[in-house]
Design a protein around this ligand. Structure first.
Ligand SMILES: Cc1cc2nc3c(=O)[nH]c(=O)nc-3n(C[C@H](O)[C@H](O)[C@H](O)COP(=O)(O)O)c2cc1C
Length: 396
Protein backbone atom coordinates (compact mmCIF):
# COMPACT_ATOMS: atom_id res chain seq x y z
CA UNK A 1 0.00 0.00 0.00
CA UNK A 2 1.29 3.44 -0.89
CA UNK A 3 0.98 6.02 1.87
CA UNK A 4 2.27 9.55 2.03
CA UNK A 5 2.25 12.32 4.59
CA UNK A 6 3.54 15.88 4.54
CA UNK A 7 4.78 18.28 7.21
CA UNK A 8 5.78 21.91 7.01
CA UNK A 9 4.59 25.48 7.42
CA UNK A 10 4.11 28.11 4.75
CA UNK A 11 6.94 30.32 6.04
CA UNK A 12 8.82 27.64 7.97
CA UNK A 13 12.11 26.09 6.98
CA UNK A 14 10.57 23.86 4.35
CA UNK A 15 8.32 20.93 3.54
CA UNK A 16 8.94 17.29 4.42
CA UNK A 17 7.34 14.46 2.45
CA UNK A 18 7.30 10.89 3.71
CA UNK A 19 6.31 8.07 1.34
CA UNK A 20 5.98 4.36 1.90
CA UNK A 21 5.07 1.37 -0.27
CA UNK A 22 7.07 2.08 -3.42
CA UNK A 23 8.83 -0.93 -4.97
CA UNK A 24 12.60 -1.33 -4.95
CA UNK A 25 14.44 -0.65 -8.20
CA UNK A 26 12.49 2.44 -9.29
CA UNK A 27 14.62 5.27 -10.57
CA UNK A 28 13.46 8.66 -9.26
CA UNK A 29 13.91 11.21 -12.01
CA UNK A 30 14.75 14.31 -9.98
CA UNK A 31 14.64 16.67 -12.98
CA UNK A 32 11.18 15.33 -13.89
CA UNK A 33 9.89 15.83 -10.31
CA UNK A 34 11.35 19.36 -10.18
CA UNK A 35 9.73 20.11 -13.54
CA UNK A 36 6.31 19.39 -11.97
CA UNK A 37 7.17 21.57 -8.96
CA UNK A 38 7.99 24.40 -11.36
CA UNK A 39 4.68 23.89 -13.21
CA UNK A 40 2.79 24.25 -9.89
CA UNK A 41 4.43 27.61 -9.28
CA UNK A 42 3.27 29.11 -12.56
CA UNK A 43 -0.09 30.28 -13.84
CA UNK A 44 -1.64 33.61 -14.68
CA UNK A 45 -3.27 35.12 -11.58
CA UNK A 46 -0.76 33.96 -9.00
CA UNK A 47 0.71 36.29 -6.37
CA UNK A 48 4.22 37.44 -5.42
CA UNK A 49 5.22 34.43 -3.31
CA UNK A 50 5.91 32.34 -6.38
CA UNK A 51 8.58 34.79 -7.54
CA UNK A 52 10.51 34.09 -4.31
CA UNK A 53 10.39 30.29 -4.36
CA UNK A 54 12.11 27.97 -6.84
CA UNK A 55 11.01 24.61 -5.55
CA UNK A 56 13.36 21.65 -5.80
CA UNK A 57 13.43 18.32 -4.00
CA UNK A 58 16.24 16.86 -2.03
CA UNK A 59 15.94 13.12 -1.44
CA UNK A 60 16.86 12.41 2.18
CA UNK A 61 16.07 8.71 2.56
CA UNK A 62 15.05 5.54 0.75
CA UNK A 63 17.26 5.64 -2.34
CA UNK A 64 20.85 5.05 -3.31
CA UNK A 65 21.93 7.07 -6.32
CA UNK A 66 18.28 7.94 -7.02
CA UNK A 67 17.12 4.30 -7.18
CA UNK A 68 14.61 3.17 -4.53
CA UNK A 69 15.64 0.39 -2.17
CA UNK A 70 12.09 -0.43 -1.00
CA UNK A 71 12.70 1.47 2.25
CA UNK A 72 10.48 4.43 3.20
CA UNK A 73 11.31 7.56 1.22
CA UNK A 74 11.61 11.06 2.53
CA UNK A 75 11.99 14.24 0.53
CA UNK A 76 12.65 17.84 1.47
CA UNK A 77 11.58 21.04 -0.30
CA UNK A 78 13.22 24.15 1.12
CA UNK A 79 11.23 27.38 1.65
CA UNK A 80 13.49 30.12 0.37
CA UNK A 81 11.20 32.72 1.98
CA UNK A 82 12.15 31.34 5.43
CA UNK A 83 15.19 33.61 5.48
CA UNK A 84 12.75 36.54 5.82
CA UNK A 85 10.85 34.82 8.66
CA UNK A 86 13.55 33.38 10.92
CA UNK A 87 12.52 35.48 13.97
CA UNK A 88 8.85 34.65 13.48
CA UNK A 89 8.94 30.97 12.48
CA UNK A 90 12.02 29.41 14.14
CA UNK A 91 10.83 25.93 15.22
CA UNK A 92 13.42 25.86 18.05
CA UNK A 93 14.95 28.17 20.64
CA UNK A 94 13.50 31.12 22.56
CA UNK A 95 11.05 33.54 20.96
CA UNK A 96 12.96 36.79 20.35
CA UNK A 97 11.44 40.25 20.92
CA UNK A 98 9.14 41.08 18.03
CA UNK A 99 8.33 37.43 17.28
CA UNK A 100 4.61 38.32 17.32
CA UNK A 101 5.09 40.95 14.63
CA UNK A 102 3.15 38.85 12.14
CA UNK A 103 0.41 37.79 14.58
CA UNK A 104 -3.14 38.41 13.38
CA UNK A 105 -6.55 38.09 15.00
CA UNK A 106 -9.07 38.85 12.25
CA UNK A 107 -10.03 35.48 10.67
CA UNK A 108 -10.39 35.44 6.89
CA UNK A 109 -13.77 33.99 5.78
CA UNK A 110 -13.23 30.87 3.66
CA UNK A 111 -9.92 30.05 5.36
CA UNK A 112 -9.28 27.65 8.22
CA UNK A 113 -8.56 30.65 10.52
CA UNK A 114 -11.75 30.69 12.62
CA UNK A 115 -12.26 26.90 12.62
CA UNK A 116 -8.59 26.47 13.65
CA UNK A 117 -9.08 28.98 16.49
CA UNK A 118 -12.07 26.97 17.75
CA UNK A 119 -10.26 23.65 17.32
CA UNK A 120 -6.82 24.38 18.79
CA UNK A 121 -7.56 27.48 20.85
CA UNK A 122 -4.97 29.56 18.99
CA UNK A 123 -5.31 33.29 19.66
CA UNK A 124 -2.64 34.13 17.08
CA UNK A 125 -4.15 32.91 13.82
CA UNK A 126 -0.65 32.74 12.30
CA UNK A 127 -0.54 29.28 13.95
CA UNK A 128 -3.50 28.23 11.78
CA UNK A 129 -2.49 29.95 8.55
CA UNK A 130 0.99 28.49 8.47
CA UNK A 131 -0.13 24.87 8.16
CA UNK A 132 -3.48 25.29 6.40
CA UNK A 133 -1.84 27.35 3.63
CA UNK A 134 -1.72 25.81 0.16
CA UNK A 135 2.07 26.02 0.30
CA UNK A 136 1.62 22.40 1.45
CA UNK A 137 0.57 21.49 -2.09
CA UNK A 138 4.23 21.77 -3.17
CA UNK A 139 4.86 18.72 -0.95
CA UNK A 140 1.98 16.90 -2.63
CA UNK A 141 3.40 17.64 -6.06
CA UNK A 142 6.79 16.29 -4.93
CA UNK A 143 5.07 13.10 -3.70
CA UNK A 144 3.03 12.95 -6.89
CA UNK A 145 6.26 13.19 -8.89
CA UNK A 146 7.47 9.97 -7.26
CA UNK A 147 4.14 8.32 -8.12
CA UNK A 148 4.42 9.57 -11.71
CA UNK A 149 7.87 7.95 -11.96
CA UNK A 150 6.21 4.63 -11.06
CA UNK A 151 3.24 5.11 -13.42
CA UNK A 152 5.59 6.09 -16.25
CA UNK A 153 7.31 2.69 -15.93
CA UNK A 154 3.92 1.19 -16.91
CA UNK A 155 3.18 3.62 -19.75
CA UNK A 156 0.58 5.57 -17.73
CA UNK A 157 0.60 9.36 -18.07
CA UNK A 158 -1.48 12.17 -16.57
CA UNK A 159 -2.25 15.68 -17.80
CA UNK A 160 -4.64 18.48 -16.85
CA UNK A 161 -6.07 21.61 -18.41
CA UNK A 162 -8.08 24.57 -17.13
CA UNK A 163 -11.72 24.41 -18.25
CA UNK A 164 -13.01 27.59 -16.65
CA UNK A 165 -12.27 30.62 -14.47
CA UNK A 166 -14.73 33.06 -12.92
CA UNK A 167 -17.54 31.87 -15.21
CA UNK A 168 -15.50 32.08 -18.46
CA UNK A 169 -15.70 28.45 -19.56
CA UNK A 170 -14.29 26.30 -22.34
CA UNK A 171 -16.68 25.24 -25.11
CA UNK A 172 -15.65 21.61 -25.44
CA UNK A 173 -16.34 21.56 -29.19
CA UNK A 174 -13.42 24.00 -29.60
CA UNK A 175 -10.86 21.77 -27.87
CA UNK A 176 -8.28 19.86 -29.94
CA UNK A 177 -9.49 16.35 -30.75
CA UNK A 178 -6.67 14.22 -29.31
CA UNK A 179 -5.38 13.95 -25.74
CA UNK A 180 -1.85 14.73 -26.93
CA UNK A 181 -2.99 17.92 -28.64
CA UNK A 182 -5.05 19.07 -25.61
CA UNK A 183 -2.05 18.54 -23.33
CA UNK A 184 0.36 20.28 -25.74
CA UNK A 185 -1.96 23.28 -26.09
CA UNK A 186 -2.43 23.52 -22.29
CA UNK A 187 1.31 23.36 -21.65
CA UNK A 188 1.99 26.00 -24.32
CA UNK A 189 0.45 28.90 -22.41
CA UNK A 190 0.70 30.45 -18.94
CA UNK A 191 -2.87 29.64 -17.90
CA UNK A 192 -2.74 25.96 -18.91
CA UNK A 193 -5.93 26.35 -20.98
CA UNK A 194 -6.39 24.17 -24.08
CA UNK A 195 -9.07 26.37 -25.65
CA UNK A 196 -8.56 28.83 -28.54
CA UNK A 197 -6.67 32.14 -28.20
CA UNK A 198 -9.80 34.31 -27.81
CA UNK A 199 -10.91 32.21 -24.82
CA UNK A 200 -7.48 32.51 -23.22
CA UNK A 201 -7.62 36.29 -23.71
CA UNK A 202 -11.11 36.42 -22.15
CA UNK A 203 -9.93 34.36 -19.16
CA UNK A 204 -6.96 36.63 -18.54
CA UNK A 205 -9.13 39.75 -18.87
CA UNK A 206 -11.50 38.28 -16.25
CA UNK A 207 -8.51 37.77 -13.90
CA UNK A 208 -7.17 41.30 -14.56
CA UNK A 209 -10.58 42.78 -13.75
CA UNK A 210 -10.82 40.77 -10.53
CA UNK A 211 -7.36 41.94 -9.49
CA UNK A 212 -8.35 45.58 -10.12
CA UNK A 213 -11.50 45.12 -8.04
CA UNK A 214 -9.54 43.50 -5.19
CA UNK A 215 -11.53 40.26 -5.45
CA UNK A 216 -10.60 36.68 -6.36
CA UNK A 217 -11.79 33.92 -8.69
CA UNK A 218 -12.35 30.17 -8.71
CA UNK A 219 -12.47 27.86 -11.67
CA UNK A 220 -12.48 24.35 -13.05
CA UNK A 221 -9.76 21.92 -14.13
CA UNK A 222 -9.99 18.59 -15.92
CA UNK A 223 -7.41 15.92 -15.11
CA UNK A 224 -6.94 12.86 -17.31
CA UNK A 225 -4.94 9.65 -16.91
CA UNK A 226 -4.07 7.74 -20.10
CA UNK A 227 -3.17 4.06 -20.65
CA UNK A 228 -4.62 3.03 -17.30
CA UNK A 229 -5.02 -0.75 -17.34
CA UNK A 230 -8.47 -2.18 -16.63
CA UNK A 231 -9.09 -3.84 -13.29
CA UNK A 232 -7.63 -1.29 -10.84
CA UNK A 233 -9.81 -0.71 -7.76
CA UNK A 234 -12.61 -2.95 -6.54
CA UNK A 235 -16.39 -3.01 -6.15
CA UNK A 236 -15.95 -5.55 -3.33
CA UNK A 237 -15.77 -3.09 -0.46
CA UNK A 238 -16.71 0.62 -0.15
CA UNK A 239 -13.24 1.82 0.74
CA UNK A 240 -11.61 -0.06 -2.15
CA UNK A 241 -13.75 1.65 -4.81
CA UNK A 242 -11.31 3.67 -6.89
CA UNK A 243 -13.91 6.33 -7.73
CA UNK A 244 -14.34 7.00 -4.01
CA UNK A 245 -10.58 7.09 -3.44
CA UNK A 246 -10.10 9.53 -6.31
CA UNK A 247 -12.90 11.79 -5.09
CA UNK A 248 -11.37 11.94 -1.61
CA UNK A 249 -7.87 12.60 -2.93
CA UNK A 250 -9.06 15.40 -5.23
CA UNK A 251 -11.49 16.92 -2.73
CA UNK A 252 -8.66 17.17 -0.19
CA UNK A 253 -6.92 19.81 -2.34
CA UNK A 254 -7.31 23.20 -0.63
CA UNK A 255 -10.23 25.18 -2.10
CA UNK A 256 -11.60 22.27 -4.17
CA UNK A 257 -15.34 22.09 -3.43
CA UNK A 258 -16.70 19.74 -6.12
CA UNK A 259 -15.35 16.74 -7.97
CA UNK A 260 -16.97 14.91 -10.87
CA UNK A 261 -15.80 11.72 -12.52
CA UNK A 262 -16.40 11.58 -16.26
CA UNK A 263 -19.60 13.44 -17.11
CA UNK A 264 -20.87 12.90 -13.56
CA UNK A 265 -23.03 16.04 -13.30
CA UNK A 266 -24.73 15.21 -16.62
CA UNK A 267 -26.30 12.24 -14.85
CA UNK A 268 -29.09 14.34 -13.37
CA UNK A 269 -30.10 15.80 -16.75
CA UNK A 270 -30.36 13.02 -19.33
CA UNK A 271 -31.80 9.53 -19.56
CA UNK A 272 -29.67 6.40 -19.31
CA UNK A 273 -29.43 5.90 -23.08
CA UNK A 274 -27.71 9.29 -23.32
CA UNK A 275 -25.44 8.69 -20.39
CA UNK A 276 -24.04 5.17 -20.38
CA UNK A 277 -21.25 4.12 -22.72
CA UNK A 278 -22.21 1.39 -25.18
CA UNK A 279 -19.93 -1.66 -25.47
CA UNK A 280 -19.01 -2.42 -29.07
CA UNK A 281 -16.26 -3.99 -31.16
CA UNK A 282 -13.75 -1.85 -33.03
CA UNK A 283 -12.52 -2.47 -36.60
CA UNK A 284 -10.01 -5.04 -35.29
CA UNK A 285 -12.75 -6.90 -33.44
CA UNK A 286 -11.63 -5.76 -29.98
CA UNK A 287 -13.91 -4.48 -27.27
CA UNK A 288 -14.38 -0.73 -27.61
CA UNK A 289 -16.32 2.09 -25.91
CA UNK A 290 -17.36 4.78 -28.38
CA UNK A 291 -17.90 7.27 -25.52
CA UNK A 292 -16.36 7.69 -22.06
CA UNK A 293 -18.97 9.47 -19.96
CA UNK A 294 -18.15 7.13 -17.09
CA UNK A 295 -14.66 8.63 -16.95
CA UNK A 296 -12.91 5.26 -17.13
CA UNK A 297 -14.53 3.81 -14.00
CA UNK A 298 -17.48 1.44 -13.67
CA UNK A 299 -18.27 -0.12 -10.30
CA UNK A 300 -15.25 1.61 -8.81
CA UNK A 301 -12.96 -0.35 -11.16
CA UNK A 302 -11.01 0.98 -14.16
CA UNK A 303 -12.48 -0.21 -17.47
CA UNK A 304 -9.55 0.45 -19.81
CA UNK A 305 -10.73 3.95 -20.83
CA UNK A 306 -8.93 7.15 -19.82
CA UNK A 307 -9.67 8.08 -16.21
CA UNK A 308 -11.21 11.56 -16.31
CA UNK A 309 -12.07 13.84 -13.40
CA UNK A 310 -13.01 17.49 -13.15
CA UNK A 311 -12.51 19.58 -10.02
CA UNK A 312 -14.10 22.90 -9.12
CA UNK A 313 -12.03 25.34 -7.11
CA UNK A 314 -13.78 28.06 -5.09
CA UNK A 315 -12.54 31.67 -5.35
CA UNK A 316 -9.38 32.32 -3.31
CA UNK A 317 -10.38 33.30 0.25
CA UNK A 318 -7.86 36.09 0.96
CA UNK A 319 -9.16 39.28 -0.65
CA UNK A 320 -7.85 42.82 -0.80
CA UNK A 321 -11.51 43.87 -0.70
CA UNK A 322 -11.84 42.00 2.58
CA UNK A 323 -15.14 40.65 3.89
CA UNK A 324 -16.54 41.47 7.32
CA UNK A 325 -14.90 39.64 10.16
CA UNK A 326 -14.28 40.09 13.88
CA UNK A 327 -11.15 40.89 15.88
CA UNK A 328 -10.80 37.97 18.28
CA UNK A 329 -8.49 40.02 20.52
CA UNK A 330 -10.54 43.19 20.87
CA UNK A 331 -14.02 41.74 20.28
CA UNK A 332 -14.68 44.47 17.68
CA UNK A 333 -16.23 44.00 14.23
CA UNK A 334 -13.48 44.60 11.66
CA UNK A 335 -12.44 43.65 8.12
CA UNK A 336 -10.67 40.34 7.62
CA UNK A 337 -6.87 40.15 7.63
CA UNK A 338 -5.13 40.48 4.25
CA UNK A 339 -1.83 38.88 3.35
CA UNK A 340 -0.09 38.52 -0.03
CA UNK A 341 -2.24 36.17 -2.06
CA UNK A 342 -3.20 34.80 -5.47
CA UNK A 343 -6.14 36.22 -7.47
CA UNK A 344 -6.71 32.71 -8.74
CA UNK A 345 -4.67 29.51 -8.52
CA UNK A 346 -6.72 27.36 -10.85
CA UNK A 347 -3.79 26.63 -13.20
CA UNK A 348 -1.67 25.43 -10.27
CA UNK A 349 -4.62 23.46 -8.92
CA UNK A 350 -4.46 21.31 -12.07
CA UNK A 351 -0.86 20.31 -11.31
CA UNK A 352 -1.83 19.43 -7.73
CA UNK A 353 -4.80 17.41 -9.06
CA UNK A 354 -2.43 15.48 -11.36
CA UNK A 355 -0.29 14.65 -8.30
CA UNK A 356 -3.27 13.46 -6.26
CA UNK A 357 -4.52 11.34 -9.16
CA UNK A 358 -1.02 9.91 -9.65
CA UNK A 359 -0.71 8.90 -5.99
CA UNK A 360 -4.17 7.29 -6.03
CA UNK A 361 -3.52 5.34 -9.24
CA UNK A 362 -0.04 4.31 -8.10
CA UNK A 363 -1.58 2.85 -4.95
CA UNK A 364 -4.19 0.97 -7.01
CA UNK A 365 -1.46 -0.35 -9.32
CA UNK A 366 0.63 -1.60 -6.40
CA UNK A 367 -2.50 -3.23 -4.94
CA UNK A 368 -3.26 -4.94 -8.26
CA UNK A 369 0.28 -6.05 -9.12
CA UNK A 370 1.79 -6.54 -5.67
CA UNK A 371 5.50 -6.80 -6.00
CA UNK A 372 8.25 -5.60 -3.76
CA UNK A 373 10.38 -4.71 -6.74
CA UNK A 374 9.69 -2.93 -10.00
CA UNK A 375 10.87 -6.02 -11.86
CA UNK A 376 8.28 -8.16 -10.08
CA UNK A 377 5.54 -5.62 -10.75
CA UNK A 378 6.42 -5.46 -14.43
CA UNK A 379 6.34 -9.26 -14.71
CA UNK A 380 2.88 -9.31 -13.11
CA UNK A 381 1.78 -6.45 -15.36
CA UNK A 382 2.76 -8.41 -18.46
CA UNK A 383 0.90 -11.46 -17.25
CA UNK A 384 -2.20 -9.41 -16.35
CA UNK A 385 -2.23 -7.48 -19.61
CA UNK A 386 -2.25 -10.70 -21.58
CA UNK A 387 -5.60 -11.53 -19.96
CA UNK A 388 -7.19 -8.11 -19.94
CA UNK A 389 -10.75 -7.98 -21.25
CA UNK A 390 -9.94 -5.29 -23.85
CA UNK A 391 -7.95 -7.87 -25.75
CA UNK A 392 -10.90 -10.25 -26.09
CA UNK A 393 -11.62 -10.53 -29.80
CA UNK A 394 -15.10 -10.72 -31.35
CA UNK A 395 -16.44 -14.22 -30.99
CA UNK A 396 -13.48 -15.10 -28.77
C1 LIG B 1 -2.35 25.85 -5.60
C2 LIG B 1 -3.20 26.60 -4.61
C3 LIG B 1 -2.85 27.91 -4.25
C4 LIG B 1 -3.63 28.61 -3.34
N1 LIG B 1 -3.27 29.90 -3.04
C5 LIG B 1 -4.03 30.61 -2.16
C6 LIG B 1 -3.71 31.97 -1.87
O1 LIG B 1 -2.73 32.55 -2.39
N2 LIG B 1 -4.50 32.64 -1.00
C7 LIG B 1 -5.61 32.07 -0.42
O2 LIG B 1 -6.29 32.71 0.36
N3 LIG B 1 -5.94 30.77 -0.68
C8 LIG B 1 -5.18 30.03 -1.53
N4 LIG B 1 -5.53 28.73 -1.82
C9 LIG B 1 -6.72 28.14 -1.18
C10 LIG B 1 -6.62 27.98 0.33
O3 LIG B 1 -5.44 27.30 0.70
C11 LIG B 1 -7.86 27.25 0.91
O4 LIG B 1 -9.02 27.84 0.43
C12 LIG B 1 -7.85 27.31 2.43
O5 LIG B 1 -6.75 26.61 2.94
C13 LIG B 1 -9.13 26.76 3.07
O6 LIG B 1 -9.33 25.43 2.72
P1 LIG B 1 -10.66 24.95 1.99
O7 LIG B 1 -10.93 25.97 0.94
O8 LIG B 1 -10.33 23.61 1.41
O9 LIG B 1 -11.76 24.89 3.01
C14 LIG B 1 -4.79 28.00 -2.75
C15 LIG B 1 -5.11 26.69 -3.12
C16 LIG B 1 -4.34 25.99 -4.03
C17 LIG B 1 -4.73 24.59 -4.43
Amino acid sequence: MIRFYTAGESHGKGLTVWLDGFPAGLELDVAFINHHLARRQKGYGRGGRMAIETDEIEILNGTRFCVTTGAPLSLWVKNRDYQNWTDIMDPMGQAPDGSDEKAFHRPRPGHADLAGHFKYGHQDLRNVLERSSARETAARVAAGGVALCLLRAFGISIYSHVTGVGGVEVDRSTLPTSHDAIEARAESNDFRCAGPDDLLTAMKARIDDARKEGVTLGGRVEVVALNVPPGLGSYGQWDRKLDGQLAQALMSIPAVKAVSLGDGFLGSQVDGSQFHDAITFDADGRIARPTNRAGGLEGGVTNGQPVVAEVVMKPISTMLKALDSVNLKTGQAEQAHFERSDVTAVAACGVVAEAMMALTLANALVEKLGGDSLEEMQAHFKATLAHQPCSVAKGG
